[in-house]
Design a protein around this ligand. Structure first.
Ligand SMILES: C[S@@+](CC[C@H](N)C(=O)[O-])C[C@H]1O[C@@H](n2cnc3c(N)ncnc32)[C@H](O)[C@@H]1O
Length: 269
């Protein structure tokens, strides 16, 4: 029997998809992030910050937004992985003017390295610091973050929580442009708070990009994170909760026990 020639199938939308582009369209709002950093810095020090350090920067969309908002502004993006950094160079950095590009500095290195240049705002966004799973490891990271800040600096880290976030095999599906974004909680261990999440994408032709991104994290809580930031040296921690309009954030000591919430923790040096 002669071998049958493989049929060439038409590429699906999933085959043609760019996972970083889909991620950006689904979860990133760099203009909102930068507006919040300005607000939090002003509320801490009464002035405008100039130098941003974006730890776990991936495609460093926030750095690019930052330098667009003032000629004095500089940004440092830090990530271990060359793949998202190169994607960001080709797609985000390339859209900036020559002068703006010169004010973005990228470091392919571990976020736990202390550098000479000190930032006004150090951002650790999209729950990325949850890769540190023990108090010891997270404390070490917060100490380095403290050392990488200027005297008048803030550390901004986002957090999520609420009963819905702890449900295993729970998928949050959202329509974004012409595709669906699926946030999939695969595992949550209530004893250790080890958790596993995937992001999948589904397209109009029925094809899917499974496990486009995977996160193996510890699900930290707000009081733990505040305690560790203070232990690392921050003189004050503030929790910013989302206003009803989902546009504004306000510092508060109490909040409703929503089933699913987002918040920012701000450590003031
Ligand atoms: C959840 S992604 C967030 C990307 C980015 N904040 C965004 O929203 O596009 C986490 C990023 O952290 C990076 N990363 C993980 N551990 C790191 C470490 N120890 N030092 C530097 N980067 C790290 C990964 O390479 C990945 O790009």
């Amino acid at each position: 029997m002669s071998p049958t020639k493989p049929k060439h199938r038409k590429p699906t939308l999933a085959d043609q998809a760019d996972r970083y582009k889909l991620y950006g369209q689904s979860v990133q709002e760099p203009d909102h992030e930068v507006a919040f950093f300005d607000q939090a810095y002003k509320e801490a020090y009464g002035s405008k910050p100039k130098l941003l350090r974006e730890d776990f920067c991936g495609t460093f969309a926030v750095c690019c937004e930052w330098v667009k908002r003032g000629k004095q502004r500089q940004a440092i993006g830090v990530d271990l992985d060359p793949e998202p950094l190169n994607w960001g160079r080709a797609h985000n950095l390339a859209k900036l003017s020559g002068n703006q590009q010169q004010r973005v500095n990228l470091l392919q290195q571990d976020v736990r390295r202390t550098d000479k240049v000190k930032a006004d705002v150090l951002a650790a966004q999209n729950f990325s610091f949850w890769i540190f799973k023990t108090r010891q490891d997270l404390l070490r990271y917060f100490k380095v973050a403290y050392a990488n800040l200027s005297k008048r600096g803030i550390l901004v880290a986002d957090m999520m929580g609420g009963a819905d976030c702890w449900l295993e095999n729970n998928q949050d599906v959202r329509k974004v442009k012409s595709f669906k974004y699926i946030w999939d909680c695969v595992r949550f261990n209530p004893i250790t708070h080890d958790c596993l999440f995937h992001i999948h994408f589904k397209f109009k032709d029925g094809s899917r990009l499974e496990e486009a991104f995977t996160y193996d994290w510890r699900f930290w809580t707000l009081p733990e994170v505040c305690e560790l930031m203070r232990e690392a040296g921050f003189r004050e921690t503030k929790i910013y909760w989302e206003g009803e309009d989902e546009e504004n954030w306000f510092a508060t000591p109490t909040a409703p026990a929503d089933a699913c919430w987002l918040a920012y923790v701000v450590g003031v040096k």
